[in-house]
Design a protein around this ligand. Structure first.
Ligand code: HEM
Length: 165
């Protein structure tokens, strides 16, 4: 989606004093990119630990509720770091990301995977046996874990793709 309203907003944003000062700095972008990458590593490891438990591949000695409460907090801490560092990169070069289909797809997939994570965490918080209550719940847990893995792979790929589209 590259509407003229969006492109006008991008050219306004890249001429604001804050954008110009980020563009003129030699260390801000490398520093935020490094923080973005470290937060990506945290988010991917934490969600993989949850997904592998839901798929009964690892961590089966602990309940799903325990694994979720252990790792989901890492996701909810890393997401604001990603949002802030991502926002700094957007302010520096708005058209490169905001008007980029890879970035837009990345944001849609991010919303989807965070909704899945939030809902799964909420269900196991309300009822710690929820995901083991029946074969259909166990199947649903596996399907959601696979969707989560596919979405995270898509998000990382789109993040990297922004530079090439
Ligand atoms: C929460 C909101 C987020 C925002 C606003 C955001 C924004 C951005 C922006 C603007 C870039 C720079 C792209 C470029 O100019 O080349 C970027 C890079 C990237 N993002 Fe995000 N991002 C967010 C979350 C995430 C998440 C959750 C992941 C994956 C778990 C992710 C993965 C990546 C990757 C792999 C890159 C490429 C880094 C590089 O090659 O240096 N981002 N992101």
């Amino acid at each position: 989606m590259r509407t003229s309203l969006l492109l006008n907003f991008c050219s306004y944003l890249e001429n604001t004093p804050i954008s110009l000062s980020i563009q003129g700095s030699s260390w801000v972008i490398p520093a935020v990119q490094t923080s973005h990458l470290l937060a990506i590593a945290a988010v991917i490891i934490a969600s993989l630990m949850i997904d592998l438990r839901l798929l009964r591949i690892s961590g089966i000695e602990s309940s799903i509720t325990i694994v979720m409460s252990r790792y989901a907090s890492i996701i909810w801490i890393a997401i604001p770091v990603l949002a802030v560092t991502g926002a700094v990169m957007i302010i520096a070069e708005p058209a490169r990301s905001l008007a980029n289909p890879a970035f837009q797809l990345k944001m849609i997939m991010l919303m989807a995977v965070l909704s899945i994570t939030f809902w799964m965490q909420r269900m196991s918080h309300h009822n710690s046996f929820f995901w083991n209550a029946s074969p259909s719940k166990r199947r649903l847990a596996s399907i959601l874990a696979l969707c989560s893995i596919v979405l995270w792979v898509g998000i990382v790929s789109c993040g990297r793709w922004i530079a090439y589209t």
